[in-house]
Design a protein around this ligand. Structure first.
Ligand code: KG4
Ligand code: ZN
Length: 342
């Protein structure tokens, strides 16, 4: 990567609004988080059992300016100190993304501060750089969020090769759907994580799907159907469902597949560094499983703290920094791209 010489400290003001968190952050020199403000809409969407896009957009509009102000204030800086404004412009909900993109463009236009658009998944991966100052590419990374399950080779900062992806549901989506089926509500991931601790992961034999054409790809919709069939079967037979056992067995099935495919790719591509990212990466059993398997394979395992796994703007500030020093600048025609490719 050609890095332009940066002589002064670089302060990135980062904005994230791709789903149901309105977030802003100030990041210094790519790795030092000066503030990380997250206004979550979870309570609002819980009423409807999932994210309602129109409600998300409206809430972002209410929150975006106060959240940006708070991020600057907490970092102890003003717009005069900011080197560049980084913003998530995809993928995500188009109406939600538009709020962050419009706010970033307006600020950039009013102040002349350069604008840098950032890919949301690049942000998730870059969250690993915050607490692991020694981590540098290349390495392999599993991104497991509500919308994505990708096995990625991080060739360089901002340069990715996707070697595996989900054919149907993302891992987080499966967590959310199964949680709803066993009556836990939204968001499912953290609730299953908690309940699974009280259950037996070997109680029910749920399937571990393999995708014939690509050994690194994932498929979680069969597992989700198996859980629903199991629940229906119990209901028809009048048997009581042990929700903790279902949660633990389902979670184990997801983790087994994520771990097996990831470790297989890490070894096949010859890496000794492996990272995880995205909301599902905050799952405690998933982290423990990777910890163990990586130690056994002499692979150094990296994971962000839970607050940097789920959606936040600090990760966008980190990814935005590396884009900025590469010379990436966006114009005022930057648009929200709901299906932006990595
Ligand atoms: O990365 P993220 O905050 O948003 C997206 O970019 O999608 O990921 C949200 C997803 C949701 O599906 C949520 O249920 C899942 O991450 N998640 C978890 C946990 N915490 C959040 N899944 C499993 N265990 C958790 N502890
Ligand atoms: Zn995300």
């Amino acid at each position: 990567m050609e890095v332009k010489e940066v002589t002064n400290d670089v302060y990135i003001l980062a904005i994230e609004s791709s789903c149901d968190e309105t977030a802003a952050s100030v990041v210094k020199n790519g790795r030092e988080v000066l503030s990380n403000i997250i206004s979550s809409q979870i309570d609002l969407h819980t009423l409807y059992g999932g994210v309602v896009p129109e409600i998300a957009s409206r809430k972002h509009i209410e929150k975006i300016n106060p959240v940006i102000e708070e991020a600057l204030k907490e970092a102890g800086v003003t717009l005069k100190d900011i080197t560049a404004i980084a913003v998530t412009y995809g993928p995500g909900l188009v109406g939600a993304l538009l709020v962050g993109v419009s706010a970033a463009k307006a600020l950039s236009f009013a102040t002349g501060i350069p604008l840098v658009g950032v890919h949301h998944i690049s942000g998730h991966i870059s969250a690993n750089f915050i607490e692991h100052k020694e981590l540098e590419p290349p390495f392999a990374c599993l991104v497991a969020s509500g919308g994505h399950s990708h096995l990625v080779i991080v060739r360089d900062y901002g340069e990715y090769e996707i070697v595996g992806r989900t054919r149907d549901d993302a891992a987080g989506e499966a967590f959310d759907k199964v949680a709803r089926a066993i009556g836990l509500g939204y968001p499912g991931g953290p609730k299953i994580d908690r309940l699974a601790k009280e259950g037996n992961p070997n109680a029910i034999a749920f399937p571990r799907a393999k995708v014939a054409e690509n050994e690194y790809d994932f498929s979680f919709s069969g597992l989700k159907s198996a859980v629903l069939n199991y629940l229906n079967g119990c209901q028809m037979k009048g048997e009581e469902v042990n929700a903790a056992d279902v949660a633990a067995s389902f979670q184990k099935a997801v983790i087994d597949v994520l771990v097996e495919h990831s470790l297989h790719a890490v070894k096949a591509y010859g890496f000794d560094k492996f990272a995880i990212a995205g909301g599902v990466a905050s799952n405690s059993s998933l982290r423990a499983a990777f910890e163990q398997e990586c130690a056994a394979g002499n692979i150094t395992f990296y994971h962000p703290s839970p607050i940097y796994c789920t959606d936040n703007a600090a990760m966008i500030g980190v990814a935005g920094y590396y884009e900025y020093i590469k010379g990436v600048r966006h114009g005022y025609d930057l648009n929200a791209v709901p299906n932006l490719r990595l």
